[in-house]
Design a binder for this molecule. Structure first.
Ligand code: PAF
Length: 285
């Protein structure tokens, strides 16, 4: 496995692999890899001949006052994780490689899809994500790109960008990976104190409550939302950013649970903002 820092090295690697007829799988990450990322790499290995992982803490997707400087980084540990899964190439550029002086081009997916949910409290976030992911797709030119379903809105936005810009890459959403007690894996979990870590379980627990209600026939989105909020508010350390029940593709709010829906949550514990979601389907009545 090689680690490279420049776009030209990635291009040379991809050219050679493509000439040999290989199918390229790509896993974009911001590093500090955990089992959730490893599951994306394994899915990529299963579907593709060559797997490329990018590790880049993308400054343009962090807003003012967010955790860009403190975002956890450990390239050596990440290299070991990638090696163990059988990744072929890591692309770990410096910010100056991705955004050289004078850089001024962005990809912005307009409309409700980026304004709802995380977009409401992070108004510039998705512009940064789509810009860097579009750049990475242009650099790596993958056949398939693998993303974790924990970032459900990110997947919906990237899928829309791919459709709108006629990109040829196929997006492969992969299931959320959880700790044994239910907490969705995230590089940001390392910020939590012991007490916050215990109370953070209200996210996955409240989604279970919602899931049970829906399985028992509840379809009123407001009632389900109230049950979720009540459970989260039972934790004195939790501060709700949003609880939303939305259509999976448009991310527009639902009054009645129908067809393919997404229940998405963002909750702060101190300065740490955690997200989680449940994606389900009910038959149309
Ligand atoms: O999900 C992430 O880690 C990032 O948003 C991504 C897709 C790597 C873009 O920086």
């Amino acid at each position: 496995m090689k680690t490279v820092k420049t776009i030209s090295e990635v291009r040379a690697f991809v050219d050679e692999k493509r000439r040999a007829g290989n199918r390229i799988g790509f896993v974009p990450t911001m590093g500090f890899l955990h089992e959730g990322h490893a599951s994306l790499m394994k899915a990529a290995k299963a579907k593709c001949d060559v797997v490329i992982v990018s590790i880049f803490v993308n400054p343009t997707q962090f807003g003012p006052g967010e955790d860009l400087e403190t975002y956890p980084r450990d390239l050596v540990r990440d290299q070991n994780t990638c090696e163990a899964v059988g990744v072929d190439l890591i692309f770990a550029p410096e910010a100056s490689e991705m955004y050289p002086e004078g850089y001024s081009t962005y990809v912005d997916c307009e409309g409700e899809i980026t304004k709802q949910l995380c977009g409401a409290s992070r108004p510039t976030h998705f512009k940064g994500v789509t810009s860097v992911v579009a750049k990475l797709f242009n650099i790596v030119q993958p056949d398939f790109a693998f993303f974790g379903q924990k970032d459900a809105q990110q997947i919906a936005v990237i899928e829309k960008m791919v459709r709108d810009l006629n990109m040829t890459v196929k997006i492969v959403p992969c299931p959320i990976v959880r700790e044994s007690d239910g907490l969705a894996m995230s590089s940001r979990n390392t910020y939590l104190s012991d007490e916050q870590r215990k109370e953070a379980l209200v996210l996955s627990q409240s989604l279970e409550i919602a899931k049970n209600k829906i399985q028992n026939g509840e379809r009123d989105a407001n009632k389900i939302k109230s049950a979720i909020m009540d459970h989260i508010q039972s934790s004195p350390l939790a501060e709700i950013d949003y609880v939303s029940l939305v259509n999976v593709k448009t991310l527009l709010p639902l009054v009645v649970i129908e067809d393919e829906f997404l229940i998405a949550l963002a909750v702060k514990f101190g300065k740490t903002r955690l997200i989680d979601n449940y994606r389900g389907q009910v038959s149309l009545s």
